[in-house]
Design a protein. Structure first.
Length: 404
């Protein structure tokens, strides 16, 4: 039994996560994936020199274009996401840059949420306008405002749900239909917070999904990576431009680590959710806490959408406190015993970080008065962003009780 590298559409998610993209090595009979670090590959017959001449060539030629361990990871990710194809990059931001700059040109218009992942928000604000790409920042929880922002030149609508750091959701099916009806070619979803276990944006009408593999999919905080998923024709074109010309490809070693992480994604997401529910309910009942935003709780303002769009509520939440955030953050740095006070998220280990509204307005968002009021509706003066790991929820509660 050598297994089927492409996965099997009849498999359940847990089986797909373990087996898709993996096979018994035909030479050594190794059961686990090999790590292939080779940069170049000796073709069995003479191929052209340009990557464009390699289109249609089944094997690998040079690892900036494709390589075996990455191909295994890309097959597994595509199977988990229900996508025709995937391309991996050196980081989540690398994947976002590849997708945006691989699809848009000078004179094109991009619609972004009014609050989303800081790295992508800053790429859009600081870099894209220098290349003639215009960006509008829209509250995508209001479809009428999204519709009003669409122009004849709008080529891409970028969604992120749940959004980092606000935990605000948007309706992928509704916004995808609205954008396509009005001639917007690409709907892209940063689905890092949800993971493919919670939400499959392509099935809801989106054209592209982007993941930071650094987060839930890799899951162990030891490998940075990113991925873009979608139709094969689109991904083939993106590979030629973004991989070959921009060059921000994932290292095979990271691909190998992420491949191992992805195999346990379904059971980890279940564990993240189980512990997150316990922690969220504890925080909601704590007198020092003024607000908890977790999509699984009925108190989340978009809980109805979350229940409809997410099969798993993930491990991400925010909470706000009556006392000043930076004071509690200082206690966390000193006194937390299990949870690490550190950025990043989606790891097996719980992580927490304070994100002050004034700080992030100065560094990243620079909202107008209406946008700021809406940001504060979700984030107040600032939030503790808590990424609940797969530890026992009761131990996490005891750790938080110590500092609250
Ligand atoms: C972390 C993150 C990214 C960026 O990923 P990196 O791997 O850090 O480059 C993008 N989007 C979201 C929602 C993230 O949380």
């Amino acid at each position: 039994m050598t297994g089927r590298p492409g996965g099997n559409s009849g498999w359940h998610t847990e089986t797909t996560a373990v087996h898709a993209g993996e096979f018994v090595d035909p030479v050594t009979r190794a059961s686990s994936p090999n790590l292939v670090m080779s940069v170049t590959f000796a073709p069995e017959s003479v191929t052209g020199f340009s990557a464009r001449d390699e289109q249609g060539y089944e094997g690998h030629v040079y690892s900036r274009v494709s390589s075996p361990t990455l191909a295994q990871l890309e097959t597994k990710l595509a199977a988990l996401e229900g996508a025709e194809a995937a391309c991996c990059y050196a980081s989540g931001v690398g994947a976002a840059h590849a997708l945006i700059c691989g699809r848009l040109s000078s004179g094109d218009h991009l619609i972004l949420p009014d609050a989303n992942y800081v790295g992508i928000a800053e790429l859009a604000r600081d870099t894209l306008p220098r290349f003639g790409i215009e960006v509008s920042y829209v509250d995508l929880s209001r479809p009428d405002e999204a519709a009003a922002a669409i122009r004849p030149t709008t080529r891409m609508l970028w969604l992120e749900t749940p959004a980092n750091p606000t935990m605000k959701l948007c309706d992928i099916a509704q916004l995808s239909a609205l954008a396509h009806e009005r001639g917007v070619r690409d709907v892209a979803v940063d689905s890092t917070y949800a993971s493919p276990i919670a939400t499959q944006p392509l099935a809801l009408g989106a054209d592209f999904v982007m993941h930071s593999l650094t987060k839930f999919i890799g899951g162990h905080g030891d490998a940075m990576g990113g991925a873009v998923l979608g139709r094969k024709s689109d991904l083939d074109a993106l590979r030629l431009e973004a991989n070959v010309h921009f060059g921000g490809v994932l290292s095979p070693f990271n691909a190998w680590l992420i491949l191992r992480g992805a195999a346990t994604l379904p059971i980890r997401m279940q564990a993240h959710q189980d512990a997150a529910f316990k922690v969220a309910r504890f925080l909601e009942s704590h007198s020092a806490v003024s607000r908890v935003l977790y999509p699984g709780l009925p108190s989340h303002p978009q809980h109805e959408l979350a229940a409809r769009q997410m099969r798993n509520f993930s491990g991400m939440m925010t909470f706000q406190t009556h006392a000043k955030g930076p004071e509690i953050a200082a206690r966390m740095v000193k006194s937390l015993e299990i949870i690490h006070y550190a950025v990043s998220l989606g790891h097996h280990r719980s992580l927490i970080y304070w994100i002050g509204t004034d700080d992030i307005e100065a560094s990243t968002f620079r909202h107008d008065a209406t946008q700021l009021r809406r940001y504060r509706d979700y984030a107040g003066d600032g939030v503790f962003r808590l990424s609940v790991g797969i530890e026992n929820g009761d131990d996490l509660i005891a750790d938080l009780a110590r500092v609250l």
